[in-house]
Design a protein around this ligand. Structure first.
Ligand code: ADP
Ligand code: MG
Length: 257
């Protein structure tokens, strides 16, 4: 299981995160392999969002490091980590509510490339038609062509989530992090999102997905890490994790079905 056996895109190396006396993360070591969908599950308050925030630079761990594509990203700013190729969908949708669906998806494409935001913005203005076309492509991808000119603030929660995914896809990220992508969605919207995430998976995009909904996890994950009280208590394929008594005790409370 050394890092040389497979291509590790993200390595969370012995991360600890303390909030005062609370150990939100302790001894967390994780390897996310290229092209895989890696799910992180665990009860409420287990430290899942904290782990994601450490990975995207919103939190600096008390100790340990996060290595992305061979580079230590601990201490880098969120936008720098984003520019390096990490896109993320947070628990609460982060879109520009005043803009249309199309404008929201075009925005990250304008801002992207090399970190020099202003220069790139001006440079990319010359490519507006090209970016518009690419944005329309990803809007179609997430099944929102009919709403392309809709005011995004008025969208349903499920549609906002799909819009955010399109905003991520246009960045062509090397790694996509999703924090409860189906939270608050109807069963229908959840199923649409699962199908969409499966489609993205077929293209070989590496994903980390934090999810409560076991149906979503078992439909998508290649590998699952189980977090409880800030520690990884089990790791393996969906079948291995499902049958692990520690997991049933800590997380599923014995009620696996
Ligand atoms: P999860 O996403 O698994 O539900 P979180 O990562 O949100 O769990 O929280 C893990 C623990 O850390 C919880 O006890 C939570 O109250 C605490 N926590 C999270 N963020 C902070 C913070 N910024 N300051 C203090 N405590 C926090
Ligand atoms: Mg959370």
């Amino acid at each position: 299981m050394s890092t040389s056996d497979h291509n590790v895109v993200l390595h969370v190396a012995d991360v600890h995160m303390r909030f005062g006396g609370l150990h939100a993360l302790a001894d967390v070591d994780l390897e996310i392999e290229e092209g895989k969908t890696h799910a992180i599950i665990g009860p409420n308050g287990a430290g899942k969002s904290t782990l994601l925030n450490v990975c995207v630079g919103r939190l600096t761990p008390t100790s340990g490091a996060v290595i992305f594509d061979g580079q230590i990203i601990t201490g880098m700013k969120p936008h720098e980590i984003n520019q390096a190729g990490v896109a993320r969908v947070f628990q609460t949708p982060e879109i520009f509510p005043e803009l249309s669906v199309l404008e929201n998806v075009m925005a990250p494409a304008f801002a992207k490339r090399d970190g020099a935001f202003k220069l790139n913005f001006l440079h990319n203005l010359g490519k507006e038609a090209e970016i518009r076309e690419e944005a329309a492509h990803f809007i179609e991808d997430v099944g929102m062509t009919a709403q392309i000119d809709a005011h995004s603030g008025a969208l349903s929660r499920g549609d906002k989530r799909r819009l955010e995914l399109a905003m991520c896809l246009i960045q062509h990220p090397r790694l996509l992090l999703l924090d409860e992508p189906t939270a608050g969605m109807s069963r229908h919207d959840t199923n649409t999102t699962i199908e969409l995430l499966k489609k993205i998976k077929e293209r070989g995009m590496t994903k980390v997905i934090i999810e409560h909904d076991m149906h979503v996890v078992f439909s998508l994950a290649d590998k699952i890490s189980v977090l409880a009280q800030g520690r990884i208590i089990a790791e393996g394929t969906p079948d291995e994790v499902r049958n692990d008594p520690r997991v049933q005790e800590a997380y599923l409370g014995g009620a696996t079905e």
